[in-house]
Unconditional design. Structure first.
Lengths: 595, 204, 281
C-alpha cells in the first residue's frame, strides 16, 4: 500500500478532563449524541405518559385518573375538556420534536455518522455543541408552557389557524410553544447543516457514496430534508407568533378578519410543506439503520444496495410534492387535489422497493435474532401494516370518509411512532456495546421487544378499527355521538393494550440504566459486524475515533462471500480490511479524502 | 507563498486557487445555512404572493399607501454597504489587508443606517394609521416581512462589525480570511433578500 | 371484515326498523353495532365503500405475503442455514424487483387512482348536475364554536332574506333528493361530517366550501352530524342531527318553518343575518 496516500490524521486535540468540558460542554460528537439520547428518552417517557392519559379518558370517560390525577387536582383528579386538548397537543409535539428527533437524529445521527464514514468528528464540532444547547432551551420553553396561565398549547400538534391564533387559543402557552418549536427548529437546522457537510466532506479514503452504510444514507437524506424544510415550519411559527403578539393577520379570517384578513389555509400549506417531509425525516434514519442491521444478522449482504439508496433518495425528492394530501378537504381545487393524489400514490413505489429489499435480504440468509434484529424485523412488520393503511388516505374518494378519523391516527402511529420507536430501539440495542462499552441483558431485551411489538401493534390496530367505524380525532368524549357509542369496549381494550405497552418499557428502563452504569464489559465487535466503527474502534471509541483514519476497500455488507471464507475462515470482511490475496483488493491509488 | 493545486478533470487541466480543505468545508456549511434561511424567506415570499392573489384589491381600499422613495434609498444603502464590504475583501485579497478596515467599517455603518431608515419608515406608516393589524394581509405583510428581515440585518451588522474589528487587529491575510468571506456571504444574502422585498412589496 | 359484510347486507331490515321507529316516535339516531363502517344511507357512499373494501382485499393479500415471506425466512433460514451470497444487483434481480413493484403499483394504486378520479368527478365533487337539478335543496351552514347553524332560502329562493328558515344543529332534508350544502365559519376551522353519507368537508373562515349528499329512497331517519376538525374545547360536543324525511313531510315542514321564520324575523338582529348570496362556483 502506498503510504504517502494514507490519510494522516490532523492534529488531535487532547481529550478534556474536567467534568464540565467532558460531559456538559463537550464538542465530541459521541458525548453530544448521548446528551441528546438522555433528553430524548426523558421526553419519550413524558410524551408516553400524556398518551396514557388520553387512553384513560377514552376507556373510563370522566373518571379520576390514577396516580397522574395529582397533576389534575383543581379538576378533582379528572381530565377536563380544556386539559384534554393540551394533553393531545403536547403529546404530539413532544413525541415528534423532543423525543423521536433527538433520539433518531440527534443521538444516532451524531453518533454513527462520523464513526461510520471514518471521520474523527463532525465537520463543525462547536456548531454541534450549540445545537444541543439550543435544543435544551427549546425543551425548557415547552416545559415552561405547562405552567402559564390558561395552560399550554391546545390547538393540536398541527397548530391549525385560526384556532392557534388569539381568536382560538388565547394566552401565553400557545405562544411559548410556538417559540419553542422555532427554537428547536433552529437546533435541528444546525444539526442538519453539520450532518450534510460532514458526509460530503469528511468521508475516509475509499469511502465512496455507494460504499457508505445505509444508516448514513438515511441520516444524510434526513439532514437534507431538515435543512430544506424545517425553515418553512420556522416561517409558519414566526408568522403565527407575529399574529399572536403583534396583531398581524397572516392567518386570521372570518369575523376577526380586518380588511379581508389573512388566510388560514396558508398556514396549512406552510405547515404541510414542512409536515410531510417531516414524517420522512422521522423514518429515514430508521429505514437506514434497519437496512444495515438486518444484513448483519442475516449474515448476508443488503439485497440490491443501490435500489435501497435510490428508493430513499426518491422518497426524499418526492416528499415535498405530496403534502397536499393532508388538505384534500379544505376546499382546494379538485385538479390540484388530483395532482397531490397522483404523487402520493407514486411515493408508495420506492417504499415497495425498500420492503422487497429487506425481505430479500432475510430470505436465504442465516438469520439469528438478538434484540437488535428482533426490533428491526418488528419495524418492517409495523411499517408494512402502517404503510398499507396510508393508501386509503392518499386516495381522495376514500379519504373523504377517513380524513380526521382515528384511521389517520392509526396510520401515522404505525408508520411514524411504531416504526420509529422500534427502529430507535433496534439502533439503541445494536450500538449499545459501542456507545457505552458494556453489554445489555439480552433476556430483558427480548422481553422488552415482545411486549413492545405485540402491544404497539394492538394499540394502533385498535385506533384503525375505531377510525374505520368513523370515530373522529381529538374527541374528549367520543360517546357523545350516538354512532360511536358502541365503541366504548373497543376503545377500552385498546387502552388496556396501551397500558401494557407502557408496562413493558419497564424492563428496558431497568436494563438500560443498569447496563449503562454496571453492565459487563463489551468486546470491540460482538456482532461480527463489517462497518468500521466495529472493526477499527474500541468499545467505546477513543476521543478521536480513528488515528490513522482507515482506508475503505469495499462496501458495508461483505457477508457470506465464499472467497472471503476461503481467505479468512470468517463469513465476513470489514470495510477497511485488507485481505490476503484471494479477497477483494483496494485499487492502488487511494481516493483522496473528501472526493 | 501560495501553491496552485492542479487538478486533472478528464482532458482539462484546471487551475484551482489554493484553499485549505477546512475552508471549503466551512464555506459549504455557510452556504447550507443561507440555503435554510433562503427557504424561510422563500416561504415568506410565497405566503405574500398567496395572500395577495386571494384579495381583489391590493392595497385594500381606504388604507395608506406604502411609499417607494424611502425604501429605494434603503435599497441603495444596502447595495452600497455590500459594495464597500467587497472592496474591503478586495484589499485583503490584494495583500493590502491594512487598508480593509475603513471599507468594512463603512459597510457596518451603512447597515446601521439601513436599520435606522427602516425605523423611520415604520414610524411614518404607523403615524399615518397603518398598524400591523389594521389592514389585514396588507399591513401584516408589510410589517411582518420587513421586521423579520431587519432582525437578520441586525445580526449582519454585528457580523460585519466583528470582521471590521478583526481587520483592524490584523487578523486577515491574503491566504487566510475565511470569516471575512463567510460573513460576506451572509451580508450579501441580507441585501439580496431586501432587494426582492423592495421590488415585491413596494414597487409591485 | 365479515361483520361489515353482514352489516352491509342487512341494511334493509335495519333501515326498515329505523323507518318504523322514526315514523312513530320522537327523533332518535340509531346506534351502530359491530366494528365495521356505519350504515350507509347515501346515494354514492357505496362507491367509496367498494373502493375501500377492494383495497382491503389487496392489502390483506400483500401483508400476508410479507408475513409469510418473513416467517419462512425466520424459521427455515435460521442460524443453521448457510447464507447465500446474493447482492441482488444483477440485471435479472433488478428487473424482477422493478417489475414486482410496477405490478403492485398498477394493480393496487392504479385501481385506487382510476376509481377515485371517477368517484370524485362523477359523484362526490360533481356539482354541475346538482346545481342544475331543479329539485335540489340548498342549505347554507355556518359552523361556529360549537354548533351548526343552518339556513334554508325559504319561498323566495334567496338567502339572507326575511323568509329564511334558520335551524340550529337540526337539519331536515327530503329523501331521494340532492341536498347541496355551502359551508362557512366565523371563527376557526370546523369540518361538517356526515358519517352515514360518507361525506365531509371543512368549513374555513374566510371562504365558502361546498358539498352535496343524497339520501336514498327509504332511508328516513335521523343521523349524526359530527365535527371533524379540532375546533376548541367543545369540539367533542359539536354534534348535530340530520333528519331524512319523506318528500311530503319535508315540504310540509319547510312551509311551516318558512312562515315561522317570517314571523320571527328581526331586522335589527345583525348576528342572525349571517347568510350569504349562494356562491357560484
Amino acid at each position: 500500500m502506498d503510504t504517502s496516500t494514507v490519510a494522516r490524521a490532523p492534529h488531535v486535540h487532547p481529550e478534556p478532563t474536567s467534568f464540565v468540558w467532558k460531559y456538559l460542554f463537550s464538542t465530541d460528537h459521541k458525548v453530544i449524541a448521548k446528551q441528546f439520547l438522555w433528553v430524548g428518552l426523558f421526553f419519550l417517557a413524558f410524551g408516553g405518559t400524556l398518551a396514557m392519559m388520553i387512553r384513560w379518558q377514552w376507556a373510563f370517560p370522566g373518571e379520576k385518573v390514577p396516580v397522574l390525577g395529582i397533576f389534575l387536582e383543581r379538576a378533582g383528579g379528572m381530565i377536563t375538556p380544556a386539559t384534554y386538548q393540551s394533553i393531545f397537543t403536547m403529546h404530539g409535539l413532544i413525541m415528534i420534536f423532543w423525543a423521536i428527533t433527538p433520539i433518531l437524529i440527534g443521538c444516532f445521527g451524531n453518533y454513527t455518522i462520523p464513526l461510520q464514514i471514518g471521520a474523527q468528528d463532525m465537520a463543525f464540532p462547536r456548531l454541534n455543541l450549540m445545537s444541543f444547547w439550543t435544543f435544551v432551551i427549546s425543551a425548557v420553553l415547552i416545559v415552561a408552557s405547562f405552567f402559564v396561565q390558561l395552560g399550554t398549547a391546545a390547538a393540536g400538534w398541527t397548530t391549525y389557524a385560526p384556532l392557534s391564533t388569539n381568536v382560538g387559543t388565547p394566552g401565553p402557552g400557545q405562544t411559548l410553544v410556538g417559540l419553542a418549536i422555532f427554537v428547536t427548529g433552529v437546533a435541528t437546522i444546525m444539526g442538519g447543516i453539520n450532518y450534510v457537510t460532514t458526509v460530503i466532506r469528511l468521508r475516509a479514503p475509499g469511502m465512496t457514496w455507494m460504499r457508505m452504510p445505509l444508516s448514513v444514507w438515511g441520516l444524510w437524506l434526513t439532514a437534507v430534508l431538515n435543512v430544506l424544510f424545517v425553515p418553512v415550519l420556522g416561517s409558519a411559527a414566526l408568522l403565527l407568533t407575529l399574529d399572536r403578539l403583534f396583531g398581524t393577520q397572516f392567518f386570521v379570517a372570518g369575523a376577526a378578519g380586518v380588511k379581508g384578513g389573512g388566510d388560514p389555509i396558508l398556514f396549512q400549506h406552510l405547515f404541510w410543506i414542512f409536515g410531510h417531509p417531516e414524517v420522512y425525516i422521522l423514518i429515514l434514519p430508521a429505514w437506514g439503520m434497519i437496512s444495515d442491521i438486518i444484513p448483519m444478522f442475516s449474515r448476508k449482504p443488503a439485497y440490491w444496495y443501490a435500489g435501497t439508496v435510490w428508493a430513499m433518495v426518491a422518497v426524499t425528492v418526492l416528499s415535498a410534492v405530496v403534502y397536499g394530501h393532508h388538505m384534500f378537504l379544505t376546499g382546494m381545487n379538485p385538479l390540484l387535489g388530483k395532482g397531490f393524489m397522483t404523487f402520493t400514490l407514486i411515493i408508495s413505489v420506492p417504499a415497495e422497493v425498500l420492503f422487497l429489499n429487506w425481505l430479500h435480504t432475510m430470505w436465504k440468509g442465516s438469520n439469528r435474532f438478538p434484540t437488535p434484529m428482533l426490533f428491526s424485523v418488528g419495524t418492517v412488520f409495523v411499517f408494512g401494516l402502517g404503510g398499507l393503511t396510508g393508501l386509503y388516505l392518499g386516495t381522495i374518494a376514500t379519504d373523504i370518509y377517513l380524513h380526521d378519523t382515528m384511521w389517520v391516527v392509526g396510520h401515522f402511529h404505525l408508520t411514524m411512532a411504531a416504526a420509529a420507536f422500534l427502529g430507535s430501539f433496534a439502533g439503541l440495542y445494536y450500538w449499545f456495546p459501542k456507545m457505552f462499552g458494556r453489554q445489555y441483558n439480552e433476556t430483558l431485551g427480548k422481553v422488552h421487544f415482545w411486549g413492545s411489538v405485540t402491544f404497539i401493534t394492538l394499540v394502533f390496530t385498535g385506533q384503525l378499527i375505531v377510525g374505520f367505524a368513523g370515530q373522529q380525532r381529538r374527541l374528549y368524549d367520543p360517546y357523545q355521538y350516538t354512532f360511536l357509542q358502541h365503541l366504548l369496549s373497543a376503545n377500552r381494550l385498546t387502552s388496556y393494550a396501551a397500558f401494557l405497552l407502557a408496562a413493558f418499557q419497564v424492563p428496558f428502563i431497568y436494563n438500560f440504566l443498569r447496563s449503562v452504569f454496571a453492565g459487563a464489559k463489551a468486546e470491540q465487535n460482538p456482532w461480527e459486524a463489517t462497518t468500521i466503527e466495529w472493526t477499527h474502534a474500541a468499545s467505546p471509541p477513543p476521543h478521536y475515533n480513528y488515528n490513522p483514519i482507515p482506508t475503505i476497500v469495499r462496501g458495508p455488507h461483505e457477508l457470506a462471500n465464499p472467497e472471503v471464507k476461503k481467505a479468512t475462515g470468517r463469513d465476513w470482511a470489514g470495510q477497511a480490511e485488507e485481505l490476503p490475496s484471494g479477497g477483494e483488493q483496494a485499487p492502488q491509488t487511494a481516493v483522496p479524502q473528501g472526493a | 507563498m501560495e501553491e496552485a493545486i492542479i487538478q486533472r478533470m478528464g482532458d482539462v487541466v484546471r487551475y484551482r486557487p489554493p484553499r485549505a480543505r477546512e475552508e471549503t468545508t466551512a464555506t459549504m456549511g455557510m452556504v447550507l445555512f443561507l440555503g435554510a434561511w433562503g427557504m424561510m424567506f422563500a416561504a415568506f415570499f410565497i405566503s405574500y404572493g398567496f395572500m395577495r392573489a386571494r384579495l381583489t384589491s391590493w392595497p385594500p381600499p381606504g388604507v395608506p399607501l406604502l411609499p417607494w422613495k424611502l425604501p429605494l434609498a434603503n435599497t441603495l444603502v444596502l447595495a452600497l454597504s455590500s459594495t464597500c464590504y467587497q472592496l474591503g475583501v478586495r484589499e485583503v485579497r490584494m495583500a493590502r489587508a491594512s487598508r480593509a478596515w475603513p471599507w468594512l467599517s463603512l459597510a457596518a455603518l451603512l447597515g446601521a443606517a439601513f436599520v435606522g431608515l427602516q425605523l423611520v419608515l415604520w414610524k411614518g406608516m404607523f403615524a399615518q394609521g397603518l398598524e400591523p393589524g389594521s389592514a389585514g394581509a396588507y399591513s401584516s405583510v408589510f410589517y411582518g416581512l420587513t421586521w423579520l428581515h431587519a432582525a437578520h440585518a441586525v445580526v449582519g451588522i454585528f457580523g460585519v462589525g466583528y470582521v471590521a474589528a478583526r481587520a483592524v487587529m490584523g487578523a486577515y491575510s491574503a491566504a487566510r480570511h475565511l470569516s471575512l468571506r463567510l460573513w460576506g456571504l451572509y451580508w450579501h444574502f441580507v441585501g439580496a433578500v431586501w432587494a426582492l422585498m423592495f421590488v415585491s412589496i413596494f414597487l409591485l | 371484515m365479515k361483520l361489515q359484510r353482514i352489516l352491509t347486507a342487512s341494511w334493509k331490515p335495519l333501515a326498515a326498523g329505523a323507518l318504523a321507529l322514526s315514523t312513530v316516535a320522537l327523533a332518535a339516531v340509531q346506534p351502530e353495532t359491530g366494528i365495521g363502517l356505519p350504515r350507509d344511507v347515501s346515494l354514492h357512499g357505496h362507491l367509496s365503500d367498494w373502493l375501500t373494501n377492494v383495497t382491503h382485499v389487496f392489502n390483506i393479500i400483500l401483508f400476508t405475503i410479507m408475513c409469510v415471506w418473513m416467517g419462512i425466512a425466520c424459521f427455515k433460514h435460521g442460524r443453521a442455514h448457510q447464507a447465500e451470497y446474493d447482492l441482488g444487483d444483477d440485471k435479472r434481480s433488478i428487473k424482477i424487483a422493478l417489475m414486482l413493484s410496477a405490478v403492485i403499483f398498477v394493480v393496487v394504486d392504479g385501481n385506487l387512482f382510476v376509481n377515485a378520479i371517477n368517484d370524485i368527478d362523477n359523484a362526490y365533487w360533481n356539482f354541475d348536475e346538482v346545481d342544475q337539478n331543479p329539485a335540489t335543496v340548498r342549505i347554507e351552514v355556518n359552523a361556529h364554536q360549537w354548533a351548526w347553524d343552518g339556513r334554508y332560502a325559504g319561498k323566495d329562493g334567496r338567502f339572507n332574506t326575511e323568509d329564511d328558515v334558520l335551524v340550529w344543529n337540526d337539519f331536515k332534508v327530503p329523501e331521494d333528493t340532492p341536498v347541496y350544502f355551502q359551508l362557512a365559519s366565523t371563527d376557526v376551522i370546523h369540518s361538517f361530517y356526515l358519517p352515514n353519507f360518507r361525506a365531509k368537508m371543512d368549513a374555513v373562515p374566510g371562504q365558502v366550501n361546498h358539498m352535496w349528499i343524497q339520501a336514498r329512497q327509504g332511508t328516513q331517519g335521523d343521523y349524526d352530524i359530527g365535527c371533524a376538525q379540532h375546533c376548541g374545547t367543545h369540539h367533542y360536543k359539536m354534534k348535530g342531527q340530520l333528519s331524512v324525511l319523506s318528500k311530503d313531510e319535508y315540504q310540509k315542514w319547510l312551509n311551516e318553518a318558512s312562515v315561522n321564520g317570517l314571523r320571527a324575523f328581526d331586522a335589527t338582529d345583525g348576528a342572525a343575518h349571517w347568510g350569504w348570496d349562494w356562491k357560484k362556483f
